[in-house]
Design a protein around this ligand. Structure first.
Ligand code: SAH
Ligand code: SF4
Ligand code: F3S
Length: 473
């Protein structure tokens, strides 16, 4: 058993990142263990976790398990957890309750608990003490060892907990079973060194570590050969890509090299404003296949709060960057993340946030109430804003955010836009996809259009989506 340790998770040394290419092995005794067995996987959290789940699926399928979307018929249930806010926690605890119930009639279900919550000391301890029936717990640093844990479990039937609190290494050669045939996630870096004072990610994901350019470009080339239409480069801070590599190769270089491979759509998330260079803006503007959509979290419109958050930019610097992006990239859409109720946020600070939103008119904003995370600096900051007040601020903010989401969407009325048709829509007779600017569109068409980029005339506009029909000149 190895439990996580907050002190180690905080550590950052100058040690060089290790790249390991041959650590994924399937022991002989579990090579065919999944024959006639099914797995079900539940994923919470960000795209990083979604992509990790694609790795976990592939690993299980390597052992011949088959995927099922019906939890009731699963022999293995995997919960890939998120620790970012308290409500993410609560959902997971609720899910554990459901699985426990299921086990009453199906004793031999294997339950696997992984992801960012597993990296938290208190949670790993809780599983050890209160959820003894959970079979395997591993963290974000050792997904590739799942076959070994399963092999051990089949031999001993004892709870197996192995969570490393290390700065991290980069593992190559872990298989992936992608959810989509048209869109693919590509990790370009892992971890985060920004240590924003509210955020748990640097502890759950370890030190920033970039993959080597050649490994990323090889993956993208393969995706091109397989016919993928869109890729999204993934990292907590993609703009800081390469800074840890010592090779004089930056996100700008990577984005340009990836664009040149020629996949029709290239996206990236998330951009921290701190590392956003002019060169990078130029590359986005220069290449038609780099999509004009940027997620640029602001977190707060008050420079005082931004300082307390450790975000390393002021309101003015953010606005300057925002305007530069808007001016240089035609038709660009920008979305953001905002936290309300950070410890000590006054009505005045909050009004600064409203003011910035009013000025910048975001296409979309994801808004959150501050949630205290154990081990982060903000955990100990004096928080004298009541929950009632925080909820009220969130409602006021959302009203403004929705107003601009709607106004921005209205601009699309009767326009013809390109949409990559990717799957079922909630609307009967329609399929769904996104514009280059990441607007969700329900398109009246049949399944022969799946995986194609088509011209769509927008017929109807809502706050969160657009409706449209195929358009032929
Ligand atoms: N790496 C990304 C953010 C990843 S977390 C970035 O820096 O932009 C996604 C969002 O969750 C954050 O942008 C932030 O708005 C929100 N978030 C993170 N920690 C939070 C906390 N403790 N309470 C509330 N929201 C939080
Ligand atoms: Fe968290 Fe800040 Fe890192 Fe984003 S940049 S993951 S908010 S610490
Ligand atoms: Fe959640 Fe971990 Fe992502 S905490 S947001 S799943 S990096």
């Amino acid at each position: 058993m190895m439990l996580p340790n907050l002190k180690d998770a905080k550590k950052r040394t100058k040690n060089k990142i290790q790249i390991i290419k041959d650590d994924y092995v399937i022991p002989n005794d579990v090579k065919n263990v999944g024959i006639n067995k099914k797995y079900h996987i539940i994923t919470y959290g960000c795209q990083m976790n979604v992509h990790d789940s694609e790795n976990i699926s592939a690993i299980l399928e390597d052992m011949k398990y088959i995927r099922t979307d019906n939890m009731d018929e699963a022999d293995i249930i995997v919960i890939n957890t998120c620790a970012i806010r308290e409500n993410a926690h609560n959902k997971v605890v609720g899910m554990l309750g459901r699985i426990k119930h299921l086990r009453e009639t199906k004793k031999d279900i294997i339950t696997i608990f992984c992801g960012c919550m597993a990296q938290e000391e208190s949670i790993a301890n809780m599983i050890k003490d209160k959820y003894k029936w959970v079979d395997i717990v591993f963290g974000t640093h050792n997904i590739h060892k799942l076959p070994i844990y399963l092999s051990d479990l089949y031999k001993s039937r004892k709870q197996e907990i192995e969570v490393y609190s290390i700065e991290g290494v980069v593992y190559e050669g872990i298989p992936v079973k992608r959810d989509s045939k048209y869109k693919a996630w590509v990790n370009i870096m892992y971890g985060c060194d920004k240590f924003c004072t509210y955020c748990i990610v640097p502890y759950t994901r370890g030190k920033q570590r970039s993959r080597l350019p050649e490994d990323i470009l090889k993956e993208v080339e393969e995706l091109k050969k397989e016919g993928y239409m869109e890729i999204t480069l993934l990292g907590q801070n993609v703009n800081a890509y390469g800074k840890d590599l010592d090779i004089n190769y930056t996100m700008t270089n990577l984005l340009e090299d990836v664009a040149k491979i020629g996949i029709p759509r290239v996206r990236f998330i998330t951009s921290h404003p701190w590392d956003f260079t002019d060169d990078m803006i130029d590359v986005i503007a220069k290449y038609d296949n780099v999509m004009p959509y940027i997620h640029l979290p602001i977190q707060s419109g008050s420079s005082r709060i931004l300082k307390l958050m450790g975000r390393r930019y002021t309101k003015e610097e953010y606005i300057e960057l925002f305007n530069k992006i808007k001016n240089k990239i035609p038709n660009v859409a920008i979305s953001t993340d905002i936290i309300v109720g950070f410890p000590g946020e006054t009505e005045e600070d909050f009004k600064d946030t409203l003011e910035v939103v009013d000025k910048l008119k975001y296409d979309l904003a994801y808004t959150f109430i501050f949630s205290k995370r154990v081990g982060t600096p903000a955990y100990n900051m004096e928080d004298n804003v009541s929950m009632e007040e925080k909820k009220e601020r969130l409602a006021r903010l959302n009203e403004l955010v929705n107003k601009y989401a709607n106004i921005n969407n209205m601009k699309y009325k009767d326009k013809v836009v390109e949409v990559l048709i990717e799957g079922a829509s909630e609307k009967q007779g329609y399929l769904m996809g996104y514009t280059d600017t990441m607007k969700l569109v329900n398109v009246k068409c049949d399944e022969s259009y799946l995986g194609k980029i088509v011209n769509v005339k927008i017929t109807d506009v809502k706050t969160w989506s657009l409706d449209g029909e195929l358009y032929n000149e």
